[in-house]
Design a protein around this ligand. Structure first.
Ligand code: SAH
Length: 220
């Protein structure tokens, strides 16, 4: 493991384990999610100048006007996606820096992650594939509002940017029993859980969250 991945001081495993303890204290119960977050070095996903703050309970800028999600938000979304059981195929919309995709790679068999900003995707590829060698993550430059029909259906879809309504294509790509977790709303946002049951789609509005907006098209 490289020195950068291993970390030191504020980027060390000890600091990361303290973050995990705070997540547990905040109500995250799923041991698989806590284990994944104990394992993935969050500091390599942020700018080197911000690495010492990577394990703080904050969202941080990652360039191009985007942010790396708050650790508790990542934990909650992963916990809702898992619903206490193993996950097969997962789609993430909004790779950003790649942190959540890396965490998902530890709790799902296969992760597909799409991002609309080419420069962010390239950086995420380096971190996930080259630095961490997580082989079960596939990334693509695409407008995630269309989902990823070639890899559907998904057991879970996690959306990391807020829309005013759930994109129709995404719900169609949920497997039977599948779950989609997405932030909904423009000013005030709430996390929404949509489940595909035998009788149709069931949705639940959960806690308030803050995400960047879901946008259309791609930027190379
Ligand atoms: N998952 C990240 C958070 C990313 S922030 C983490 O681990 O912290 C949200 C990301 O969604 C941004 O990078 C933004 O460019 C991207 N995004 C916004 N709209 C999108 C769309 N329609 N398709 C794909 N990505 C989108």
């Amino acid at each position: 493991m490289s020195q950068r991945v291993r970390g030191i001081g504020m980027t060390s495993e000890r600091t990361r384990l303290r973050m995990v303890e705070r997540l547990r204290a905040s109500g995250v119960r799923d041991a698989a999610v806590l284990g994944a977050m104990a394992e993935i070095p969050r500091h390599i996903f942020v700018d080197e100048a911000l690495a010492s703050r990577a394990y703080d309970d904050v969202s941080l800028p990652l360039g191009h006007g985007q942010t790396i999600s708050h650790p508790l938000t990542v934990a909650r979304m992963c916990e809702l996606a898992r619903a206490g059981g193993p996950l097969g195929r997962v789609l993430e919309v909004g790779t950003g820096c790649g942190y959540q995709a890396a965490v998902l790679s530890k709790i799902a068999r296969e992760v597909f992650s799409v991002e609309r900003i080419g420069a962010l995707l390239e950086q995420a590829r380096v971190r996930i594939l080259r630095e961490l060698k997580l082989r079960n993550v596939r990334m693509k430059l695409a407008d995630g509002q269309e989902g990823l029909p070639e890899a559907a259906p998904f057991d879970a879809i996690v959306v990391a940017a807020a829309a005013s309504a759930p994109p129709a294509a995404l719900a169609e790509q949920l497997a039977p029993g599948g779950r989609m977790i997405l932030p909904l709303g423009t000013q005030k946002q709430r996390l929404c859980l949509i489940e595909r049951s035998a009788s149709g789609l069931i949705d639940n509005m959960l806690e308030e969250v803050h995400f960047v907006p879901l946008r259309s098209g791609t930027l190379r």
